[in-house]
Design a protein. Structure first.
Length: 154
């Protein structure tokens, strides 16, 4: 439906995580319609994707060549911006290093190597569901650590 393998992989991941979360929270009731329920979640994710695409196609003043304030700050990152970005990246790397090894591998392959979940599954010799599950737990653990350490990422 989206005609882009990477976007389709992302939507598949979002669908899987949403379904897993609902089941994990005990909100899913088995009425023999599991497949149609999961397909509805996927369909809604596809619609959300197209809505985001539609709203992001609007051209803002900077893209049209206008700079309201008349500075280069919005076009070029400042030294301070680069330092903050570098510190944030290092903080994230440090947090990833605290994850279990299997979760570290999936995060690195997905975000740093830009592999699809199918490619991650093949490279780590696990099923795609296992790769997705490891990513889910990695994200949960990262969010928990960020909250526990009161880290602000912006």
């Amino acid at each position: 439906m989206v005609k882009d393998d990477d976007v389709a992989d992302d939507i598949f991941q979002e669908t899987f995580i949403k379904a897993f979360k609902v089941i994990d929270e005990g909100r899913y009731t088995d009425s023999g319609k599991f497949l149609s329920w999961v397909l509805r979640i996927a369909h809604n994710r596809v619609l959300d994707h197209f809505r985001r695409e539609k709203s992001s196609r609007q051209v803002n003043e900077a893209e049209a060549g206008y700079d309201v304030i008349g500075t280069l700050r919005f076009a070029e990152p400042t030294t301070e911006d680069m330092m903050v970005h570098s510190e944030m990246e290092q903080t994230i790397r440090d947090l990833i290093a605290l994850l279990p090894e299997e979760q570290q591998d999936v995060v690195r392959l997905r975000y740093y190597s830009k592999l699809s979940f199918q490619e991650i599954a093949e490279q780590t010799d696990v099923s795609i569901n296992t790769a997705l599950g490891r990513m889910r737990y990695a994200l949960i653990n990262l969010r928990r650590m960020i909250k526990e350490k009161n880290i602000v990422l912006s």
